[in-house]
Ligand binder design. Structure first.
Ligand code: UT7
Length: 311
């Protein structure tokens, strides 16, 4: 035994709401098409906010909820593919913005939409060896930066945002037992660093997601020796409401044990899982001892699942 629990979560979303109706004025789409195919009604887009600002606000929020001081953090990882700068990393920027100690391990990690799961697992492993046993895991993406706003197949899907979780590692706590996967694929979902935008073969990624989600759930349950009924809450990456509903149906997950916020935020990539966690914490839907199964998937291709307890 040895592992992590979630102590507190936070989120930060830009102010500007971009509705389907507004998008329908610039590309050949409609509110009806977007809602029926994705579940999205609106998303948040940065106009004046920065990646750094969203990360810092989400992290502050998480630290406050956890009741943890910045100097207690031993590891800070930002999962992102759209930071303000490649150097310094977003995590190094957080060291200064939040007042983390100089001996805090700070770095960014890119696993696209699965980034939060990859970062959570990495933090758990590092905390086992770190002198300070609290970790700060941030998921943040500003896809408005990398979208082709004239491509209706992608620009309607994504939104900007940041979410964060403060975790604690203890020798007597169970591991989150993350299962992570990757299959190198440069066709289905791609975002070049220069001269280009994010492109996606939506239908093929949809099919991949329909296999990845049950694979993650089955492996996590198997590893923990649990069944779906033993899980208190399922938190899915918010890429498409249909993917979430199909998973809920397959595992007979009752409505009170999962949620969708894709309607309000679209797909926020690495931020989607911690944003859901933060909304759940704020609305009192999670309590101490709850077992939460997290599932993510996305570009890379990457996928992952983990079971974390609420402290
Ligand atoms: O987080 C990373 C992982 N990402 C995902 O998991 C995304 C997975 N994929 C999806 O969610 C869905 O595939 C989409 C929402 C992206 C697309 O839905 P779809 O039901 O797979 O539609 P499609 O791509 O098969 O397109 C159907 C039709 C096409 O027209 P034709 O060829 O049938 O005439 C598209 O050109 O819909 C058209 N279309 C649109 N129509 C109106 C594509 N985008 C739009 C649009 N508005 N925005």
């Amino acid at each position: 035994m040895s592992g992590i629990k979630i102590k507190g979560t936070g989120r930060s979303l830009p102010e500007r709401i971009l509705t389907n109706g507004e998008l329908a004025q610039t590309v050949d789409t409609s509110d009806e098409w977007i809602v029926s195919r994705t579940g999205i009604r609106e998303r948040r887009i940065c106009t004046k906010e920065s990646h750094t600002g969203l990360c810092a606000a989400a992290a502050q929020n998480a630290l406050e909820h956890a009741g943890i001081l910045p100097e207690q953090i031993g590891v800070c990882i930002v999962a992102t593919m759209t930071p303000d700068t490649l150097v310094p990393s977003a995590a190094c920027t957080m060291q200064k913005a939040l007042g983390l100690s100089c001996d805090t391990v700070c770095f960014d990690l890119n696993a696209a939409c699965t980034g939060f799961l990859y970062a959570l697992h990495t933090a758990e492993c590092l905390l086992a060896a770190a002198p300070k046993k609290f970790g700060l895991v941030i998921g943040a993406d500003l896809f408005s930066r990398v979208l082709d706003w004239s491509d209706r197949s992608t620009c309607i899907l994504f939104g900007d945002g940041a979410g964060a979780a403060v975790i604690e590692w203890r020798a007597e706590w169970p591991s989150a037992g993350a299962v992570l996967g990757c299959a190198g694929n440069s066709e289905l979902l791609r975002c070049p660093l220069q001269n280009g935008y994010l492109t996606m073969e939506g239908q093929r990624v949809f099919k991949f997601a329909l296999e990845a989600v049950p694979w993650c759930i089955d492996r996590v349950l198997e590893r923990q020796g649990l069944t779906a009924e033993d899980v208190d809450f399922f938190v899915f990456h918010q890429a498409n409401a249909r993917i979430i509903d199909l998973a809920a149906k397959k595992y007979r997950i009752p409505p009170e044990k999962y949620c969708k916020n894709i309607e309000r935020f679209g797909n926020t990539s690495a931020a989607s899982i911690p944003i859901v966690l933060s909304e759940l914490e704020e609305t009192g839907r999670l309590s101490s001892g709850n077992r939460v199964l997290l599932v993510g998937f996305g570009g890379g291709l990457t996928w992952g699942g983990a079971l974390v307890e609420i402290a």
